[in-house]
Design a protein around this ligand. Structure first.
Ligand SMILES: [Zn+2]
Length: 329
């Protein structure tokens, strides 16, 4: 007998499944061919595997969805914390401006204003944060998060720099005050002010006037001359026109010049303090009588010394002192 005939014979053999209930009910007798039984066995296995896959996929879907909900809640919480950080930064900005106002610091020195005009977050940043806070954090792109976090960090760094500048400003107030030439350089009468005037020395300038870059104060020879602010002597020797001249560097872009002295008692490199005697009044150089020619330089330009002096004693000297008899150089 061939093998195929044997297989066909085996498959066509009938099987009987007998189910006997525990009650008095009649037993169930199911009859089918071996081929049908094997077919049902495969069908049952297939359905079991397929349903297992479907259930597995659904489980993954629900777990992922639950994870997303948790993630969304975390992102919304993060957005709220960022909003709080932004609010704190806004308060720091307001305090910063208040401090600068109290310290009468120039507004244009505010690094925030200089960098961004108004400081704080832009409208688009606000909208971006609002989108996060309104529970749509999932619609935020990674770039938006990165942008928002980096803006917060940059704002915090700028604010820190601003407060450090304020700390530096407060710390340097004393040295700045001492470096400001607010002291009268000598005693006497003002014989020439800063600005254009008719020169007593050169008649050809009399028509057009000559610019006088300093202040002339006349008194008897050898009247004491004082350093008008703390600083370092940068020049103390003869100079054409100015005679014995002293220049003091006060830092902060400020320096002062003292001309026509009879004698200087400081030398180049000396450290001087405000009010220290640096020389004596004379008439050396291009001068018509004993007087001090005093100049103040700021950022490389001669400025009116009275702007530093009038705060304290301009009224005293200008109001009560007799008018200068004649201009002197
Ligand atoms: Zn002068």
């Amino acid at each position: 007998m061939k093998v195929s005939q044997k297989i066909v014979g085996a498959l066509s053999r009938r099987l009987t499944v007998l189910i006997i209930p525990q009650t008095r009910m009649k037993p169930w007798r199911l009859q089918c061919s071996t081929a049908f039984f094997i077919f049902m066995l495969f069908l049952w296995s297939g359905v079991t595997v397929w349903s297992g896959i479907v259930v597995g996929r659904h489980t993954d879907y629900w777990i992922t969805k639950a994870d997303n909900q948790v993630m969304l809640a975390k992102m919304t919480r993060l957005a709220q914390e960022m909003e709080q950080a932004r609010h704190t930064l806004d308060q720091a900005t307001a305090t910063d401006r208040q401090l600068r106002g109290l310290l009468t610091m120039a507004r244009d020195r505010d690094p925030i204003d200089a960098a961004t005009g108004v400081g704080g977050p832009s409208l688009s940043d606000r909208l971006s944060l609002n989108r996060m806070l309104s529970g749509r954090a999932d619609s935020m792109r990674q770039a938006d998060w990165h942008h928002e976090i980096s803006r917060l960090r940059k704002d915090a760094e700028r604010r820190l720099a601003s407060f450090q500048e304020i700390a530096w400003y407060v710390g340097n107030q004393k040295s700045l005050r001492n470096a400001t030439p607010s002291l009268w350089p000598t005693e006497g009468q003002i014989t020439s002010l800063f600005g254009y005037r008719f020169s007593p020395m050169s008649r050809e300038d009399a028509e057009s006037g000559e610019f006088h870059p300093g202040l002339d104060i006349a008194n008897s020879p050898d009247t004491l001359i004082y350093a008008t602010a703390d600083g370092t002597v940068r020049f103390s020797r003869w100079s054409q026109g100015y005679g014995n001249m002293i220049i003091i560097d006060h830092g902060y872009g400020l320096s002062t010049l003292y001309g026509h002295t009879s004698k200087a008692v400081v030398k180049t490199g000396d450290r001087v303090i405000k009010g220290q005697v640096i020389g004596y009044m004379g008439t050396t150089g291009r001068s018509t009588g004993a007087h001090l020619h005093y100049e103040v330089w700021r950022q490389g330009r001669a400025v009116n010394p009275m702007t530093f002096l009038k705060v304290r004693a301009a009224g005293e000297l200008l109001g009560e002192a007799p008018r200068p008899p004649r201009a002197q150089s």
